[in-house]
Design a protein around this ligand. Structure first.
Ligand code: NAP
Length: 549
């Protein structure tokens, strides 16, 4: 751990009296942890942030793979808590690349001196609740410990990367990386034989970039994903001026849409317009930047099978138009889910990458991977010799980051065991049976534009903490009946979406993680507007759904 840390002296388990004790411990120094730092300071809470990485940034600290960038509009993504920050920061591109985003987060951390309340290289491996003292003790990887009345998690939903369950990973003699553990030093692909396993949002961004310089790129695909053009562009000085003048309006727009982006479903049904109108609308959406084609589509594209089938047909046609080899094009068209039923990746020249002579699509349905060897990847058909092997194999989503910490509530109750089936949270901020453990972006919260959702959740958590402080409470937990009622609501709205049955990280499926093979309800799919109204009503009503002590 860093030397300025109060826990840094604890390289070995410290004697009890030396354990630093706070009112609140925050786990994670990403977008959530940084905003929590701002709000907890404002409230005068004695707190400390512990972060596993060597600096701030979370996702944007870890995911440094080539091509990594937002596929939400940069100017809707940043923090909105300070007008001065909004006016001084200049996003360079409409969809910011990872290095610029990390620079932004560093700028914010510098400006508000966040690091003075943070300890880095401090990976939390366990947390145990003392029921009599109403206190959490967290243990770090190096054996050090810290204590607090409140444990607040800013773990994110995609921070537990998973490697493929293929034999021989350790045998490979070349360089290999998971995209979410990308080295800080530049990686050169120049003239190299590169392999990438996975074709999710990450690979869809990385493949066109790597293909530009690699000697040869083999893409190992098990299932293709739908994708649509990002249409990124540099922000011109005139646009910059306009964005800065319209921040109030942009912010208000984010709070009236279904997922806090600028896009909102069109009120028309795909089935009630003429085929010509439908086609013209889809062509327009396909030519426009951002998530419009996913979240600004006809209102029933993600809820009605017939509407979704028509959109799926349109998107398949686009792939056939863009990929020269019809056999490759067919392989790139998903057959196991309709358009938009998984989180839609946006791409910049992804399909055209397959038209390059140095890129080969390896269909793992025809010849599955047998093992990783010293030289590369061996499928049932052949051995692909590689210099660099990239695992773009995703994350154990939503519950994975929690499962990796041994969290024990009263009586040694394990959160991981509790969450084997379904979490029972109250608004996704606290789980039944785990007092004083507050979550940002926990299971069963609304999602979409992540920083906006983080803002909403941090502000709600801060309200709870303020309420505790004002009333002298040291314990908070959900009323079990309120948590059960929330779960019922979460399930009810989830059933309305076609995506609820589709395996993906959003439904908690990861073929590489034992016990995670079937879809679960892990998000609140009633939309950000409804979610926000719910928690605002709870706050206005004095938090009656919670028990305090
Ligand atoms: P992902 O969507 O879960 O994709 C993982 C890929 O790895 C899939 O193609 C999967 O194939 C493949 N895979 C996993 N294990 C495998 C194995 N054993 N053998 C062969 N293939 C295997 O993960 P991701 O691409 O990292 O994206 C996750 C999420 O991160 C996205 O949905 C998005 O929310 C977020 N993300 C955001 C951005 C952005 O904002 N711009 C960029 C990147 C990612 P199967 O489908 O067959 O399992």
């Amino acid at each position: 751990m860093a030397s300025h840390s109060p826990a840094s002296t604890a390289a070995r388990p410290a004697p009890q009296s030396d354990i630093p004790t706070y009112e609140a411990i925050v786990v994670g120094g990403g977008i959530s942890g940084m905003y929590l730092t701002y709000r907890l300071r404002e409230l005068g809470v004695n707190f400390h942030v512990f972060e596993a990485g060597s600096d701030v940034g979370g996702t944007w600290y870890w995911c440094r793979y080539p091509g990594a960038r937002f596929d939400s509009e940069s100017w809707t993504y940043g923090y909105f808590f300070d007008e001065e920050l909004l006016q001084e920061w200049e996003w360079k591109e409409h969809f910011s690349p990872q290095p610029d985003t990390l620079e932004y987060l560093n700028h914010v951390a510098d400006k508000y001196d966040f690091r003075r309340d943070m300890t880095f290289n401090a990976k939390v491996v366990a947390a145990e609740f003392d029921d009599a003292a109403n206190q959490w003790t967290v243990t770090f990887e190096d054996g050090g410990q810290a204590r607090a009345t409140l444990l607040i998690t800013g773990l994110g939903v995609l921070s537990a990367p998973t490697l493929p369950n293929i034999p021989g990973l350790e045998d490979f003699q070349g360089q290999s990386f998971h995209t979410a553990r990308w080295p800080h030093e530049p990686v050169s692909f120049e003239g190299k034989r590169v392999g990438i396993i996975g074709t999710g949002a990450t690979a869809i961004q990385a493949i066109p970039e790597i293909a530009k310089t690699a000697g040869h790129l083999s893409v190992f695909q098990r299932h293709p994903n739908w994708s649509a053009p990002l249409h990124n562009a540099k922000i011109t000085p005139e646009e910059q001026k306009d964005i800065k003048a319209r921040y109030k309006e942009i912010y208000a727009r984010c709070w009236e849409t279904v997922a806090c982006f600028i896009h909102h479903p069109d009120p028309r049904s795909a089935l009630e317009v003429t085929p010509e109108e439908r086609e013209a609308f889809w062509e327009k959406l396909y030519s426009e930047p951002g998530f419009g084609i996913w979240l600004g589509n006809f209102r029933d594209v993600l809820t009605d099978e017939r509407a979704n089938a028509l959109m799926t047909e349109f998107a398949a046609r686009k792939i056939r138009e863009r990929v020269d080899d019809p056999v490759v094009a067919e392989k790139l068209i998903p057959k196991n889910h309709g358009f938009g039923l998984r989180r839609l990746p946006l791409e910049s020249g992804y399909f055209e990458a397959y038209n390059r002579p140095n890129v080969r699509l390896v269909d793992l349905n025809e010849a599955p991977i047998e093992r990783i060897t010293a030289k590369g990847v061996k499928t049932t058909a052949e051995e692909h010799e590689l210099d660099i092997l990239i695992y773009a194999t995703g994350f154990d989503g939503v519950t994975g980051p929690y499962d990796r910490i041994d969290i024990r509530g009263p009586g040694g109750r394990s959160l991981k065991e509790e969450w084997k089936e379904l979490p029972t949270t109250l608004y996704g901020v606290i789980n039944d049976g785990f007092p004083n453990l507050l979550m940002v972006l926990g299971p069963h919260t609304a999602r979409g534009n992540i920083p906006r959702n983080i803002e909403m959740l941090v502000d709600f958590n801060i309200g709870l903490i303020r309420h505790m402080r004002e009333n002298g409470y040291t314990r908070i937990e959900p009323r079990p009946e309120a948590a059960a009622e929330w779960l019922a609501q979460v399930k009810e709205v989830d059933a309305l979406l076609l995506s609820s049955k589709i395996p993906s990280w959003q439904t908690g499926v990861n073929q590489n993680v034992p016990g995670r093979q079937t879809p679960r309800v892990l998000g609140y799919n009633g939309g950000a507007v409804r979610y926000r109204k719910t928690i605002e009503k709870v706050a206005a009503g004095g938090y009656k759904e919670f028990k305090f002590g």
